[in-house]
Design a binder for this molecule. Structure first.
Ligand SMILES: [Zn+2]
Ligand SMILES: [Zn+2]
Length: 270
């Protein structure tokens, strides 16, 4: 039996045309970098970034292209992989834009505009097509805002869909009482000294997310607090509901903004 949903394929080939447009803009941006070697000594890194952007988008498309011939779980996994490449391309896109902006050339402004347009078409159409192969998220708001998953393990679910957005877990404790707390959020994973931050577990036990956020801000190197937390809403959101935007300056990572579903924006990683 042939279960291929051939109806999806024209859309997939439409995206290939957008990719071809992106490729031609890529070549023009490469020419721009070549014509302005004095613009930056990072010129060769910029070319790598530009190629990364393009090939991440192409890889996403190739994975998408194989989805119609797959079924069930295999298809969903393939679509998820395609989405990961798309997300990588979107992050590279912000970086490349900041690099194009650095070039002071009469052509750079026009090229920046063309790059935006070409990439938007690719990204929007890829996202829509990939999502059609992914299961609908049927999440529901969680009953508890802090879930105690183990003696020293706490999960903070998204207040909209219940997806676990943040976890605090205690690692092994040495004889002198030293150890690490593992923190995993929506933009970063890191460790904190247990002895200096032991009170976090007490606060989590009492459901005091705001106080944990404040503690991280004031007393640790996680100076933007819980990355999945919107202080204005006093709520946790997962990475699908707290929309993140990575900002680059002249090709270098600057910070990440998060915007909650209500529209509150703040820097969640600097
Ligand atoms: Zn908010
Ligand atoms: Zn969510």
């Amino acid at each position: 039996m042939n279960n291929r949903s051939t109806g999806d394929e024209p859309q997939i080939w439409e995206i290939k045309k957008f990719l071809d447009d992106l490729e031609s803009v890529k070549e023009d941006v490469l020419d721009l970098f070549d014509a302005n070697p004095e613009a930056s000594s990072f010129d060769s890194m910029w070319k790598v970034d530009l190629r990364d952007l393009y090939f991440s988008a192409v890889s996403s498309w190739q994975l998408l292209k194989s989805c119609p011939s797959l079924e069930g779980k295999e298809r969903v996994t393939r679509a998820q992989n395609a989405m990961q490449f798309l997300e990588a391309a979107e992050e590279k896109f912000q970086q490349v834009l900041s690099e194009v902006k650095t070039v002071q050339d009469e052509k750079s402004e026009h090229l920046e505009h063309r790059l935006r347009e070409a990439f938007r078409q690719v990204a929007d159409s890829l996202r829509e097509a990939i999502q059609s192969y992914m299961p609908e998220r049927r999440g529901t708001p969680p009953k508890k805002h802090v879930i105690k998953a183990g003696p020293m393990e706490y999960h903070l679910p998204c207040s909209l869909c219940g997806e676990i957005a943040v976890s605090f877990t205690l690692g092994p404790i040495s004889e002198d009482g030293g150890g690490k707390i593992n923190y995993k959020g929506i933009t970063k994973s890191t460790t904190l000294d247990y002895q200096l931050n032991e009170l976090i577990f007490g606060l989590l036990d009492e459901g005091k997310i705001r106080q944990v956020h404040k503690h991280l801000r004031n007393n640790t190197f996680i100076e933007d607090g819980i990355d999945a937390y919107c202080p204005k809403c006093d709520k946790i959101y997962c990475k699908d509901h707290y929309v993140t935007r990575v900002v680059y300056d002249q090709g270098f990572y600057d910070c990440t903004y998060g915007t909650c579903p209500v529209g509150h924006e703040r820097i969640i990683d600097d």
